[in-house]
Each structure stands twice: as structure tokens, then as C-alpha cells.
Design a binder for this molecule. Structure first.
Ligand code: UDX
Length: 489
């Protein structure tokens, strides 16, 4: 990897190429990782496909923060996806197919010809693609570029439903449809007494192995372990059940989570980079911060926070069941209703008047909230969530118990781990009934509150320890930085 100039060998400077999956969540996590690497003096080229880069460019505060790093640069590669807004999760395969058809050959050309390297005056020494981009791992191997993959889904899903998908198929556990969803899955090492069919990632609920998502994940399961390392967003204690097993397949794992907390702590330690009005969120929606003053009016741990993240949707019927359940629980609530998150015909005339009136008395509804600040607010005592991995780990680090209503992909696994492994709340998967919602809220924030809060405090402390100076995630990040430097020399 040495750079040959006039027969003299000049040692290469570490220069990482980060290539995230083109969706808001993975791009957000990858930007946090990029900033941590920049802070350690590593040069970073951040390669976005065009459709996700366009909305990010409108987020001027984020773009100008990154542009202030002399060792950071954005690059883009066309993907043929014509969209002004980020594409939602239901179009995942459409985007992946566009990336495969349009971006993959262009990316290969960039790497083989060295054009990405020459545009920055320094060769790319290490590649960090999303683990789902199997083609990027192949191109790294072809061009003899060291490669470390980054997967932003939950490690419990990565292990049980991605890396073990070939095992599940061989054992006859997948495909399934209409079979007994409560049957235990015994073929995945480490989770033999925990996972039922219904708790596997949502794409496992198919009776067709030629399903494009299944084929994509099978490819990742084959390719990702060939990388020199695997970066994941968790901490050692949280995933102690699965990490020893995962390390047998991928020996060099870097658990650097909770990534948002590690990132925040490192930036806060550098006062020249952040001021009181710096936003560390890379979200494309505008946050309504007025809900924080609404929270200020409530006693500690009394408010239920309700949000289904950036991709999940619900029908009008599901909205009404959850709404009735929440109101009937009598707990004050802050609810994020992302525009476009209710499917089908919907207007306020369909909502019973007493529900609207009670909501005025005890509720606050916003389009988009500053979620990390909301979860850190003392008034919040429970989180009714879709169990997205970022929401889950943000809740864990703030010690907030959860009521889980998973939507898709890893969320089915995360909600099971919240309920059965971490004992942090209740999994309502595959149900949507006002009586069940009311009971779950009353349990988590009432009758079983002390037990859940004790567990939540325990995990929150472990999460904070992991990002402290000698904590496991801090040490993993240092090891990653050292390894990138060693791979570059
Ligand atoms: C999800 C997953 O979690 C991911 O693991 C899966 O593979 C694809 O779908 P998403 O819906 O974005 O993605 O959920 P989540 O991972 O929980 O991320 C949502 C993010 O938006 C969080 O970081 C949260 O803090 C933020 N958010 C959410 C806000 O900032 N404000 C809000 O009002 C709601």
C-alpha cells in the first residue's frame, strides 16, 4: 500500500472511504463514525449515492459542520433514483436494485481506476462500506483494499436473522408462513430459549426463498465475514449473550455503541467544535422543540413518549386502537405524528370527540421531536416505540422502559430482546388492541414500574460506563483507529 514517488516509498496517510446504505438512519450513524475518525486525524471520504445526498445538502448546519473539517470530504455516486425526499423503507429493494444497477459499476470504476483517490490527492487505504453492500466487499478484495464493514441494524438481529440465515434455512426454520409463530427457534447459537418464529426479522415471514430481500441478506451473510473487521452499534455488556458466538464467525468485532452517546461525549469534550446552538442530529425533519417546555410542566417519570421513528407507518384503525389505549391509561403523553405516517384516508372528523378533548387535556402532539433530548428529560417515564434500533439504544442509555410495537426488519428481534433478555419493557408484537395497549402502559408506568426502572437504570449505567474513558466501547473505537492506521501503513 505504499505510494511510489521517484522510487522513494512514502508511507501512506490513513484515508478511509465510508460508503453507507442510502437511507437516513444508516447515513446518520455513518456520519457520526466519520466525525469520530476525523477527530482522530484520519482522512475521510464520505460517499453518498445521489438521492440521499440531495436532502442532506439542505441540512446546512450539518453540512457546514462537516465542511469545517479539513480532513473530511463528501463524494457522490449516481443511483438513478429520482427523488427530492429520502425514500421510505417500503421502497428498500427498489433503491438496492438501483444501487446495484447504476452505482455498483461506477463505484467499481472509481476504485479500480483510482479516481476517488486522485480527487483527494491521497489513496484510499481502508474501506468502510455498509455490510449490506456485498459488492463493495468484493471490490475491496479485488483491489486489495483493506475493508471493515459497518452494520447499523441491531446486533441481535444481525446475529439471529442475517448471519444465521443460512443456518435457519438449513434447519428448516425459514421459510415459514402461516406455521406456528410461537415455535421456538433452536438453530441459532446463543438464543435457543429466547427466539420464536415471530421474533425473527420480518423478512423471514415468507414462503419464498427467491425473495430478493432473502437473497440480499444471504449474500451479506456470505460476504461480510470476509472483511477484516465488523463495526456494530452496541456495547459488550448489552449483547453478552450473542457476541461470543458472533466472534467465532467474525473474530474482529468493534462494538462502539451507544454510538450517538460516544459521539456526543467526544464532541462535547472538544469545545471548539460545539456551542450551545450546535445540533448534533443529522435528521432531515425540523424538530419541534416546544415539546420540551411542555415536558418541563410534568413531574419526574410521569409522561409516556410515543413515536414510530422515521419509516414505520400505521393504519387509521391502528392509530385509533393505540390512541384509545394511551388515553385510557390516563398517563400524560407526548406523541410524534410524523407527516405521512398514517396510511389511508384520514382526517380529524373520524376521531371521536371525547378522544380529541382528552388529548387536549393530557397530550401533546408534534410532527417531529428532538428525540434524544426528550428521552433524557426527567419527565419521561416510558416509551411506546416501533423498536427501531436507534430508538431502542437511545432509550436504553437514558434508562427509559419501553412498550414495543415493532413494524419491520430488525424491530421484531429488538422488541423480543427488550422484553425477554434485557427485561426493559413489554413486547406487544403482532397485536394492536386498545385494551392491550392500556394494560401495557399501566404495567410499565404503574404496577411494574419499579422493577422496570431498576433494570433500566442498571443498563443505563452500563451504557454510560462503556463510553467512559476506559470503557469497552471507547476501547473498541481506539482499537479501530489503531487498526485503520496499521492497515494504512
Ligand atoms: C429503522 C431501524 O431502526 C433500523 O434498525 C431498521 O433496519 C430500519 O428501520 P427508523 O425508523 O429510522 O429505522 O428508526 P430508528 O432506528 O429508531 O431511528 C429513528 C431516529 O429518528 C432516532 O435516532 C430518533 O432519535 C430520531 N427521531 C425520531 C427524532 O429525532 N425525532 C422524532 O420525532 C422521532
Amino acid at each position: 500500500l505504499n505510494h511510489q514517488v521517484n522510487d522513494a516509498k512514502i508511507p501512506l496517510q490513513p484515508h478511509v472511504l465510508i460508503f453507507p446504505l442510502p437511507f437516513q438512519g444508516p447515513v446518520n450513524c455513518a456520519l457520526k463514525l466519520a466525525e469520530l475518525l476525523c477527530l482522530s486525524g484520519i482522512h475521510v471520504t464520505f460517499l453518498n449515492t445521489e438521492h440521499i445526498h440531495r436532502p442532506l445538502l439542505r441540512h446546512t448546519q450539518v453540512v457546514s459542520r462537516f465542511n469545517s473539517y479539513p480532513n473530511f470530504r463528501f463524494e457522490t455516486v449516481p443511483d438513478g433514483v429520482e427523488h427530492e425526499k429520502p425514500v421510505s423503507g417500503d421502497r428498500f429493494m427498489e433503491v438496492m436494485e438501483a444501487v446495484d444497477t447504476v452505482s455498483r459499476p461506477l463505484f467499481r470504476e472509481m476504485m479500480v481506476s483510482g479516481s476517488l483517490s486522485s480527487r483527494s490527492d491521497r489513496p484510499v487505504t481502508v474501506m468502510i462500506p455498509d455490510a449490506c453492500f456485498s459488492f463493495a466487499v468484493d471490490i475491496a478484495l479485488e483491489t486489495s483494499t483493506p475493508v471493515v464493514v459497518f452494520d447499523t441494524v441491531s446486533p441481535c438481529c444481525l446475529w439471529t436473522s442475517y448471519l444465521n440465515l443460512p443456518t435457519l434455512i438449513q434447519a428448516g426454520d425459514v421459510p415459514f408462513k402461516g406455521d406456528d409463530l410461537d415455535e421456538l427457534i433452536k438453530s441459532v447459537p446463543g438464543t435457543e430459549h429466547i427466539m420464536r418464529r415471530r421474533d425473527l426479522a420480518s423478512f423471514c415471514r415468507t414462503n419464498d426463498l427467491s425473495d430478493p430481500v432473502i437473497q440480499l441478506i444471504l449474500k451479506e451473510a456470505r460476504t461480510a465475514p470476509q472483511a477484516q473487521g465488523f463495526i456494530i452499534n452496541t456495547f459488550e455488556d448489552l449483547d453478552a449473550l450473542i457476541l461470543p458466538h458472533m466472534k467465532k464467525l467474525c473474530p474482529n468485532i468493534y462494538p462502539i455503541g451507544p454510538l450517538h452517546s460516544l459521539h456526543k461525549a467526544r464532541l462535547m469534550a472538544n469545545t471548539t467544535l460545539v456551542s450551545s446552538d450546535t445540533t448534533l442530529s443529522n435528521s432531515v425533519w425540523k424538530e419541534d422543540r416546544s415539546c420540551l417546555s411542555w415536558l418541563d410542566k410534568h413531574p419526574p417519570k410521569t409522561v409516556l413518549y410515543v413515536s414510530i421513528g422515521s419509516l414505520a407507518t400505521m393504519t387509521v384503525n391502528q392509530l385509533l386502537e393505540i390512541w384509545h389505549g394511551v388515553v385510557n391509561s390516563e398517563k400524560p403523553f407526548l406523541w410524534v405524528r410524523r407527516p405521512g405516517s398514517i396510511t389511508g384516508e384520514y382526517d380529524e372528523s373520524q376521531i371521536p370527540i371525547e378522544l380529541l378533548e382528552r388529548t387536549k387535556e393530557i397530550g401533546c402532539i408534534v410532527d417531529w421531536a428532538p428525540q434524544e433530548d426528550v428521552l433524557a428529560h426527567p419527565a419521561v417515564g416510558g416509551f411506546l416505540t416501533h423498536s427501531g434500533w436507534n430508538s431502542t439504544i437511545e432509550s436504553i442509555v437514558e434508562g427509559v422502559p419501553m412498550i414495543c410495537w415493532p413494524y419491520f426488519v430488525d424491530q421484531q428481534v429488538n422488541s423480543r430482546f427488550v422484553g425477554e433478555v434485557w427485561k426493559l419493557g413489554i413486547d406487544m408484537k403482532d397485536t394492536c388492541d386498545r385494551v392491550i395497549v392500556e394494560k401495557a402502559v399501566r404495567d410499565v408506568m404503574g404496577t411494574r414500574r419499579d422493577m422496570f426502572i431498576q433494570c433500566a437504570d442498571g443498563w443505563a449505567n452500563l451504557a454510560k460506563e462503556s463510553i467512559a474513558e476506559m470503557g469497552s466501547s471507547s476501547m473498541s473505537l481506539s482499537r479501530l483507529i489503531d487498526d485503520i492506521k496499521a492497515m494504512s501503513s
